[in-house]
Design a protein around this ligand. Structure first.
Ligand SMILES: *Cc1c(COP(=O)(O)O)cnc(C)c1O
Length: 341
C-alpha cells in the first residue's frame, strides 16, 4: 500500500532495494531487475555481446526460455543432454558440443538441485547460471548463483521467490550490469542503445518480491521438511526419489519422482498421472516438452527418458501437515497400482 500511496509505480526506490537484497542473498556485487526471467536471459546475452554466428549451449530438459532468449539475440542454441539422475546439464555433453563459436553455457539449476557448475566452469566458457527454480542449494559448500559470470532469476508466480512477474540479472561485473541497465530502458539515455527495450520492473512487483524474500528462509525449511516426510514415507515404494548426491543440499522446488514400472512400458507414468488426477492429486510432468523434441535433431537420450518418466508431486510451503499426509497416502495407494502395469 505504501508503494501505491507514494505514487511512484515503476523502477524506483523499492526496485533498487529489491536489487540490493537479491544481490546480497547470493553474495553478488549487484543486480538489475527486469520484467521476467526470459528477458533477464536475453539481456544478459545481449550485454555479453552474443550475436548471430555465436553459439550458446543449453540442456534439452528445461523450459523453452533459454532457447527463446538465445534466438532473440540471433545466436544459435546448441542442445546438450542432462545427467540422468540429477536432471541437470551433463558437463561431458556440453564439452562435446563446445566449438570456437561457443560464447556461453546456460546452466539451469533444475527443480532445486545445484548443477555441476564447478566442472562446467572448467570448460573456460562464461556460464549463465539460471536460478529461476533454485536459490538456496549448495554443492560442496558453494551456493548456486555464485560461480557463473552471470546469474539470472525469475520471480514469476510459480517460482520459489515470487513477485507475480519479474526477473533479475546478477553479476560481479559492473560494466556488464551497466549494459543490462541501458538495455532495459528505451529512452532517457545519452545515446541510442540498439536492442534496448522496455523491461522495467514495477515498484509493486518489487514490494511483493521483498516481502517474499524476507520469508524465503522459512519457505526453504518448510519445503525441506515436507520433502523429508515424503522421502521417509515412500522409501520402500517402487519409486525413484529425487537424487541427493553427497555434499549437496536440495531446495525441493519440485519433488520429482519416477515410477519404476516405467521400465516395462513408456505409458505407465501417464497412466499414473491420470489416476492421480482422478483422485484430486495434481501431479504434473515437470517439463512440458524437452527442447530436442521440438527441434527433432539433437541426440538427448537422457532428456528423452526423463521426459517420459519424471512426475512432479505437489510440494510447496503452504501445504498443511494434514495435506502432506493425504499426498503421502494417495501416492502410496496409487503407485502400487502402477507397479502392476
Ligand atoms: C521460469 C523459468 C525461466 C523463465 O522465467 P520467466 O520469468 O517465466 O520468463 C527461465 N528458466 C527457468 C529454469 C525457469 O524455470
Amino acid at each position: 500500500m505504501s508503494v501505491v500511496r507514494a505514487g511512484r509505480l515503476v523502477q524506483g526506490q523499492v526496485v533498487a532495494q529489491f536489487e540490493r537484497a537479491v544481490a546480497d542473498w547470493f553474495g553478488r556485487r549487484a543486480g538489475v531487475a527486469v520484467s521476467s526471467g526470459t528477458v533477464a536471459l536475453e539481456l544478459a546475452m545481449r550485454a555479453m555481446d552474443i550475436r548471430p554466428g555465436d553459439e550458446v549451449i543449453m540442456p534439452s530438459y528445461v523450459c523453452a526460455a533459454p532457447w527463446q532468449a538465445c534466438t532473440r539475440v540471433g545466436a544459435t542454441p546448441v542442445i546438450a543432454d542432462i545427467d540422468r539422475t540429477t536432471y541437470n546439464l551433463d558437463p561431458e555433453s556440453a564439452r562435446r558440443l563446445q566449438t570456437t563459436r561457443t560464447k556461453a553455457i546456460v546452466v539451469p539449476h533444475l527443480f532445486g538441485l545445484s548443477a555441476e557448475t564447478t566442472q562446467l566452469a572448467q570448460l573456460g566458457i562464461p556460464l549463465i547460471e539460471d536460478c529461476a527454480q533454485t536459490l538456496d542449494a549448495e554443492a560442496g559448500g558453494r551456493k548456486v548463483g555464485t560461480t557463473g559470470l552471470v546469474t539470472i532469476c525469475s520471480f514469476y508466480a510459480t517460482k520459489p521467490l515470487c513477485a507475480g512477474e519479474g526477473g533479475m540479472v546478477l553479476s560481479d561485473d559492473v560494466l556488464l550490469l551497466e549494459r543490462v541497465r541501458r538495455l532495459r530502458e528505451y529512452d532517457e539515455a545519452l545515446d541510442l542503445t540498439a536492442g534496448a527495450t522496455n523491461a522495467k520492473m514495477t515498484e509493486l512487483h518489487a514490494a511483493i518480491g521483498l516481502a517474499q524474500l524476507s520469508k524465503l528462509p522459512a519457505f526453504m525449511s518448510r519445503r525441506r521438511a515436507i520433502a523429508a516426510r515424503y522421502r521417509k514415507a515412500w522409501a520402500s515404494l517402487p519409486l525413484t526419489l529425487p537424487a541427493s548426491p553427497p555434499e549437496r543440499t536440495h531446495d525441493y522446488f519440485r519433488f520429482v519422482v519416477e515410477a519404476q514400472a516405467d521400465r516395462s512400458g513408456p505409458d505407465a507414468g501417464t497412466a499414473w498421472l491420470e489416476t492421480c488426477t482422478q483422485l484430486g492429486l495434481h501431479c504434473r510432468r515437470p517439463i512440458f516438452q524437452p527442447l530436442h523434441r521440438y527441434l527433432g535433431d539433437a541426440e538427448c537420450p537422457h532428456s528423452e527418458a526423463a521426459a517420459r518418466a519424471a512426475i512432479s508431486i505437489p510440494l510447496y510451503p503452504a501445504l498443511t501437515d494434514k495435506e502432506v499426509s493425504r499426498v503421502i497416502q494417495l501416492v502410496q495407494e496409487t503407485c502400487h497400482e502402477v507397479a502392476q502395469f
